[in-house]
Design a protein around this ligand. Structure first.
Ligand code: ADP
Ligand code: MG
Length: 291
């Protein structure tokens, strides 16, 4: 009969680090044709480190970094944490405690002693200003798979900071295992096209959608559902929750935010992406038993 097989598989999954919030979710996994992955914190460790810091003309680098870190100290975005750590390593102290506004998918707006400052991606600070600052260096850093964040003051771009997040050690294997099962892997990210392309190549992904604002992840998932029929979504952030709810199977990383964990159908308790293909295989085997 169906029940004992499902129960056994669900309890076996728990022993292997996969939490199914009900047998029906295990059943769904076997029919997936594609899986969409969030980038930061899902395909990557989510702990980026600063690799480059470039300031305008003959501005004082420490002063620029002090301002940048005092702004980022008000945010808990993974990029913000990395920038504050970097400033501390450089022995740079935050002098200000500016008031800030978080602009999800774009960056931060801050009101500093020297006026309004924007920190974030090119769309936020203005692509034309980046071209003026140094388009070549920003393009080079992005092609290296680095996330480039810019800081804009009244005079234009004051500084550019690059951060590199590394793929989870098992990401390539996980994507390859899914490919063997005939499942396509797609990355959804708020990062720019060039950075996304470099990471997607590294992970061996079939395709990606870059510059996705939080609400665009859901739209992209709906498009994928139309194209593939049954689509899974793997994510860790608050931003991912709507897409996790829309997917055939919503899969959350165990270290994800509470909202992601609550919304998901399946949780990867040890953050191990290779558990996905394992669960798909178990589900397919169960479907055969049931039929
Ligand atoms: P992801 O989909 O990669 O997890 P997010 O939606 O969290 O990305 O952020 C998208 C982009 O917005 C980042 O790549 C970055 O350029 C910019 N951004 C967001 N928050 C911050 C921040 N606190 N400091 C600098 N840039 C930020
Ligand atoms: Mg994320």
């Amino acid at each position: 009969s169906i029940m004992p097989a499902t129960l056994a598989a669900v309890s076996n999954g728990a022993k292997r680090g996969i939490l199914f919030k009900g047998g029906v979710h295990l059943e769904h996994l076997g029919s997936l044709k594609a899986i969409a992955f969030d980038k930061t914190g899902t395909l990557t460790s989510g702990k980026p480190v600063v690799t480059d810091f470039i300031v305008r003309g003959n501005e004082n680098a420490d002063a620029a970094l002090a301002m940048l870190s005092s702004i980022e100290a008000q945010s808990n975005h993974p990029l913000a944490i990395a920038i504050v750590n970097y400033a501390e390593e450089q022995g740079v102290f935050q002098r200000e405690h500016p008031q800030i506004e978080d602009v999800p998918g774009y960056g931060i707006r801050a009101w500093t002693d020297s006026g309004e400052v924007l920190v974030g991606n090119p769309r936020f600070v203005g692509k034309d200003l980046i071209v003026q600052f140094n388009e070549g260096i920003v393009e080079k850093l992005s092609n290296e798979g680095k996330t480039v964040v810019s800081m804009k003051d009244a005079e234009g771009i004051l500084a550019v900071i690059a951060l590199k997040d590394t793929l989870r050690p098992e990401a390539i294997q996980a994507v390859n295992d899914l490919k063997q099962l005939g499942i396509r892997s797609i990355m959804l990210t708020g990062d720019n096209e060039k950075t996304a392309n470099a990471i997607a190549k590294e992970a061996g992904l079939d395709r990606f959608a870059a510059e996705c604002l939080p609400e665009m992840k859901v739209e992209e998932l709906k498009r994928l559902l139309k194209e593939y029929g049954e689509v899974g979504m793997v994510g860790d952030g608050i931003n991912d929750a709507p897409a996790l709810a829309t997917a055939t199977s919503g899969i959350a990383m165990g270290d994800g935010t509470d909202v992601a964990l609550e919304t998901a159908d399946v949780v990867l308790m040890q953050n191990d992406l290779t558990r996905i293909s394992y669960a798909v295989k178990v589900s397919k085997k169960m479907q055969r038993i049931v039929k």
